[in-house]
Each structure stands twice: as C-alpha cells, then as structure tokens.
Design a protein around this ligand. Structure first.
Ligand code: PGA
Length: 251
C-alpha cells in the first residue's frame, strides 16, 4: 500500500511574525505543486507565529514545535494543547532532539504528551535519533528502540495512524553532514520493524517514517528512493519559501 509522501519544515527559533507573513505570501507554488504530486506538506513555526500562519490560510499543514501534556495549570512558559487548538492547529512535533537536549525532555515525557495529543485529536510528528557519541559507539538501534518503546508506550494500533515518526540523527542536524541513504534507510527500516513488533505488520506498513538532518533541495530526492523513507523533516532549508518550493519539486 502506497504511503502519502510527507514534507515538513521545522522552523525552530527562527522567523519573526513579519518573516512568517513573507513566507506565507510566497509559498503558494509549493502548495499547488504538492497537490499535483499528492504530497502532504507543512511547517512548524514558533508559537508566536502560529496565529499568523493560520490566518494566512496557505493550505499548508501547520504544527507547533511542542506542547505541554496538561490542558492548563502552573507551568510557566509552556503552551497547552487547547491553546494551539484554539488557533485551529491540530499537529505538533514532539521529542525533537533540541527539546531533549535543551529542555531535558525524555521519552517518558514524550509519551505523556503523545497520549494527551491523541486524546485531543492533535496529530504528532515524533522525533527519534542518536547523538554522535551514540552513533560512534554503535548504539543507534538501542537508543532508537528506547525512544520508540517508551515514547509509544500504551498506545493502541489505531493511534499510530495519527503519528508520523521522524528519524533524525543528532549528528546530522544543522551540521551539513546528512546521513547517507544507506544509514537512513537502515534505521528507518529498523523503526518500521519495531512498529511491527510493538503493534502489527499492517500498522508498520501504514506508518510514515521521515528522515531529517541536513536535508536540502539537492539531496532530498535520494532519500525518497529508499523504500522505508516516506518524506523529510527539514530545518534550515525550509525557512525560505524559494527553498521550500525546491524541496517539494525535488521530493
Ligand atoms: P536541519 O534540521 O535540516 O537544519 O538539519 C532538521 C531538524 O532539526 O528537524
């Protein structure tokens, strides 16, 4: 069964509201192209730009970059699921390695967040991936397995249809050192086999798995020829509409 290709831009802590407006006004060609090619595409702006992006009504999927698992409460500086939903946002990235590194996020917290999102009809792009030291130590599979088993703990197989997994080796993020297709395919295939073990083969065949880490317009296509890679999560190369359009063209 063919899985719909998926391209997502993670803007991280980039783009002012004014820059978000500019992107929205220039990105139309990407949306048209994606429709023609039957690809799902979207971006995750900063919390402050979510409303601007939603109001621009570009046709892109819009995601937040994180959410808290509680609907409200004494959590200074966090943003809740009802807050993004009020803006019409029903996607979020969770477990990005920068959240794991700078906000001490662990797979168990991701699991709480994933449950809260799915209970509230918010779809999730769940990120996994190993650091350079773990990669060099031959620990990639161990790390990814823990992130998958704990992150997706106690989910039902039906839930997995609302989750996209992104494999992002930390050593390839923002470094220009993108993983080879062989490495990316090997780990994405492993992730799919884990989904089959944890749920069943049908669920594994359906789940979309992305590669992320220094994906650019000139290398995106090589990943798309890998059988277990269904798209890309892109940071730097997703910031300019021109480059985003090129990514859609080349996917
Ligand atoms: P990059 O970031 O494309 O800039 O390497 C990818 C990501 O962190 O999602």
């Amino acid at each position: 069964m063919a899985r719909t290709k998926f391209l997502f831009g993670n803007w991280k802590m980039n783009h002012l509201i004014s820059e978000t407006k500019k992107f929205a006004s220039e990105v139309g060609a990407a949306v048209t192209l994606a429709k023609e090619k039957n690809i799902e595409i979207g971006v995750a702006p900063s919390f402050l730009s979510l409303q601007t992006m939603a109001e621009a009504n570009t046709g892109l999927i819009i995601a937040s970059q994180d959410v808290h698992f509680s609907p409200s409460g004494a959590f200074t500086g966090f943003v809740s699921i009802p807050m993004i939903k009020e803006l019409g946002i029903n996607w979020t990235i969770l477990g990005h390695s920068e959240r794991r590194l700078y906000a001490n996020e662990i797979s168990l917290t991701c699991n709480q967040k994933i449950h809260a999102c799915l209970e509230n009809d918010v779809k999730v792009i769940y990120c996994v991936g190993e650091t350079l030291a773990q990669f060099e130590g031959g620990l990639t599979r161990n790390v990814v397995k823990e992130q998958m088993i704990v992150g997706l703990m106690n989910l039902k197989k039906e839930d997995v249809s609302n989750i996209v997994i992104a494999y992002e080796p930390v050593w390839s993020i923002g470094t220009g050192k993108n993983a080879s297709e062989e490495i990316a395919e090997d780990v994405c295939g492993y992730i799919r086999s884990l989904v089959a073990e944890m749920f069943d083969q049908e669920t594994a065949d359906k789940v979309r798995i992305l590669y992320g880490g220094s994906v650019k317009p000139n290398n995106i296509h090589s990943y798309m020829t890998c059988p277990d890679i269904d798209g890309a999560l892109v940071g730097g190369a997703s910031l300019k509409a021109e480059s985003f359009i090129e990514l859609v063209k080349n996917i």
